[in-house]
Design a protein around this ligand. Structure first.
Ligand code: F0G
Length: 458
């Protein structure tokens, strides 16, 4: 008999989670002003709000925690992390930060100014937030295929080279501090960017003399898709693929809370010393001294190990296999999801799921709330609320896609949990015709409103 795939780890420690009743959940979500971020974690049974900082560390990572060096300057933990970054990603210069958006803050403080243009593939919301905060503009150059959730395309994170060249040839070089390539592209559904596309983007950038920075939160998952989907990479190791990916960049920002498999942390890394030097002042100002940048020594140590573990094929097979398991279950129930299934999450197409809810009533948010009430599963809206208002006109931006993201923490839940989530969503799907009304906003912040927005039922 063919031996099926099984995870290459076993569980040494467990953490109890608690089921609740539908009545309790209805009350809790009302008290939370219909914002899933406001729920207490013990009001949630399966928490798929994010895969960020929510993964399980290995015994090797915990061992590294115990040998963390908490010196203010020049700790051995810093040098351990430097070794991992150099060996795995190929960068000579790096600065630790306390998380990914802090890395963006430091880098953009040095490079992005009022009126600048930053093209890329569907910038993540904090990235876009940091760009717009500086009165610069993020231009989305993702391929059109990414916006059709049913279309089968292996690399929906790809940048459209025609769109990109249009931007590069329209604006003067001095106004484009960098191109940001997000690997994998979270906003378009955890979709990967092909090696061919990375190579071509870099060539185009070099032609115009512009830097390429990878927003790298899920770089290892991107490498997995290159290995399994792109011709010529099947026999290459994940680490070889990662090295080639970064050879087509000038630097990176990293949220280590994803493919670093740690609970907190981030960094920026560069090939050239000049950019590194420009950033050091901002790192010291915002984050901490350049050899810790807001991270404890123990966390840098755990990250040094995590980068190694995340770039092993056995780990990635288990990780992405679990996401696929949930996705295939949902597809078998006829539930509309972003296809092909991405790396870290399932994205449910809320417009197709709830055709009766008008877009002004926040379709994806409505679905996320229904799923919570149904099963105690917490996902997150990737739709109109997340898209914020246009910074100039202040009118709602209605994105092409209204999605509910079910992000799967690394090494945390079992496939039984995935089956439970799928059943919960199926129950909502079966009664979808009765869901006609959504929500209205009663309070919101001027930027990144989705974290704190307050809603009322219509
Ligand atoms: N870039 C990408 C692609 C991300 O997905 C995130 C975070 C960040 C940057 C910012 O990193 O959270 O460490 O400050 N994504 C989380 C998520 C929040 O749930 O997708 P951070």
């Amino acid at each position: 008999m063919h031996l099926p795939f099984a995870e290459n780890y076993r569980i040494k420690m467990v953490e109890p989670i608690r089921k609740s009743t539908r009545e309790e959940r209805k009350r809790w979500i009302r008290e939370a002003r219909y914002n899933l971020f406001n729920l207490r974690s013990d009001q949630v049974f399966v928490d798929l709000l994010t895969d960020s900082g929510t993964g399980a560390m290995s015994d090797q990572q915990w061992a590294a925690v115990m040998t963390g060096d908490e010196s203010y300057a020049g700790s051995s933990s810093y040098f351990n992390l430097q070794d991992s970054i150099k060996r795995i990603l190929g960068f000579d210069h790096f600065l630790p930060t306390h998380q990914g958006r802090a890395a963006e803050n430091v880098l953009f403080s040095a490079l992005v100014k009022d009126g600048d243009i930053v093209p890329g593939n569907s910038h993540f919301d904090t990235t876009k937030g940091h760009i717009e905060f500086r009165h610069a503009k993020a231009i989305d150059c993702t391929i059109d295929e990414a916006f059709d959730t049913t279309l089968d395309h292996p690399f929906k994170g790809n940048i459209d080279l025609v769109k990109l060249e249009m931007v590069l040839s329209t604006y003067p070089k001095e106004q484009i501090p960098m191109i940001i390539v997000t690997v994998t592209c979270n906003t378009s559904g955890g979709q990967p960017v092909s090696m061919k596309n990375l190579r071509e983007v870099y060539a185009l950038a070099q032609k115009y003399g512009i830097k390429v920075i990878f927003d790298s939160a899920r770089f290892a998952e991107n490498a997995y898709f290159i290995k399994t989907r792109e011709e010529g990479y099947k026999e290459k190791s994940i680490k070889e693929i990662v090295r080639e990916m970064y050879s087509y960049s000038d630097g990176m920002t990293m949220s280590s809370k994803k493919d670093g498999i740690v609970n907190i942390g981030g960094f920026i890394a560069f090939r050239d010393e000049e950019t590194y030097k420009k950033c050091t002042m901002f790192n010291i100002l915002f984050e901490g001294f350049i050899t810790y940048g807001g991270m404890a020594g123990r966390d840098m140590n755990a990250l040094a190990v995590g980068l190694d573990e995340a770039t092993e094929m056995d780990y990635l097979e288990a990780r992405i296999g679990q996401v696929r398991h949930l996705g295939e279950k949902l597809l078998s129930y006829g539930i509309p999801i972003q296809y092909p299934i991405g790396g870290h999450a399932i994205f449910v197409d809320a417009k197709k799921f709830l055709p009766h809810v008008p877009r002004e009533e926040y379709i994806a948010q409505t679905l996320a709330i229904e799923l919570y009430i149904e099963a105690g599963v917490r996902g997150v809206e990737i739709g109109t609320i997340l898209a914020d208002r246009d910074p100039d006109t202040r009118v709602n931006r209605y994105p092409d896609l209204e999605l509910v993201r079910l992000a799967i923490p690394r090494r945390t839940y079992t496939n039984n949990h995935m089956d439970y989530v799928a059943a919960g969503l199926k129950n909502v799907f079966d009664r979808r015709d009765q869901i006609k009304n959504g929500f209205k906003i009663v309070r919101e912040a001027p930027i990144l409103r989705h974290f704190t927005v307050e809603l009322d039922k219509l």
